[in-house]
Design a binder for this molecule. Sequence first.
Ligand code: SF4
Length: 476
Amino acid sequence: MPMSNHRDVNENPCNMCMPMGGILAFKGIEGCMVMLHGSQGCATYMRRHMAEHFNEPIDVASSSLNEKGTIYGGEKNLKQGLDNLITGYQPGVIGVLTTCLAETIGEDIERIAKEYRAERELKDLAIITVSSPGYGGTHFEGYWATLQGIVSQLARETVKHQRINVIVPHLSPADLREIKRIMQLLGVEYTLLPDFSETLDRPYQRPYQRMPQGGTKIADIKDMPGAKATIQMGITVADNISPGKYLESKFGVPLYNLPIPMGVENTDRFINLLVELTGNPVPDELLKERGRLLDCMIDSHKHNAQGRSVIFGEPENVYAVVKTCLENGIKPVVVGTGSKNQEFVNLLKELLQISPEPCLITTDSDFTILRQNSVARQANIAIGHSDGRYLTEREGIPLVRHGFPIHDRTGGQRLLSVGYLGTTMFLDRVTNTLLENKYKHYRQLIYNKFYQGESKQTSNPKESCGEVHEVHLFKH
Ligand code: SF4
């Protein structure tokens, strides 16, 4: 139900802009170099965010549109930029993304890229173009639109084979390595798209190489239409930006849309599907990891039952975290994403039916509304990226860093949260944060209660922006 005192302003939004997601997706393709068609500042902002999160050098080229290019068109800048990029990097494939400026002046990058390839006689070098105005969506939509662009511009009719396409949302490189390990243990032949498990988390090596090793091979992407099935971890992804949907409707590849394998039930779903598709049994190693996760849940449930969480970030990740919290007795009281995503709202409403607490779901959200409502609903733990640190600094709600970007801590690229093993590690992080907060505050609370007669004051949520959905579902 929309709140009445609507604000037409977004303060400190809980997302990044569309081309940022596009860069992330392209970074998971082997030999890929990205060109942003727009002003230099866009590339600088995105490189800086990514470099701080992944602790890696992040190269992103820019066509450096200036006043002249803005008025007369930026075709010359883009072509010259592509010449320099090819000379400097010798890429295997180039991804071109637009920005606000390029889209506003109406640049047709598809035509320019086509002409450029013909003029330079680049028969073997693919240039994948994706329209990604900063105002066209969040980095979540940019990420998926780019994956859809990669598949639709590279995939072609091919002979059938036994591999399974596994299309993943924006997870950490450590998560991607875990998904690959699970599939290797199950003896699955797969094509993982994208695969930035190495490119955005490289082992130290000398001499330094400008183009990192790893990434999904172009030949494998071309062969995706011949796969036995596609597993896409993207239940909140709209059909028009879904690469799995494209492969299904254009080439008839059966699509299984699953949530991120985080928590017992969602990891079971992923593993059971792999067993069903391959006929291979679940190895002991995974069964033991599942047993350890159940043990961890039993050990920590008494602490987690006190958790009242505010969860924010990209829709797919938020859904997985909400589900994991509910499995462990942590009550989500505020849930938000910067994306405008009705499917996210519908799925969460269904999921939160089992919650003993009413929960506020916000889309197109910012940190003002998240902060106000977290206080009003007495949240005692936040789970999301670093931009939510103000919840801690201003309201004393501790933040478990999860998702992207994590730029005020080190190791964002190594955070493991998927599979039985990753969920166990995630739960430990959450439980320990709740415990630390409890030990930090309970003496003060007891003192206030018994000696000063005070109780914690909570403020009312004031104005809100974006779409807000109140969910009061559980009735005693
Ligand atoms: S919002 Fe637009 S101008 Fe700002 S960084 Fe993103 S693409 Fe560039």
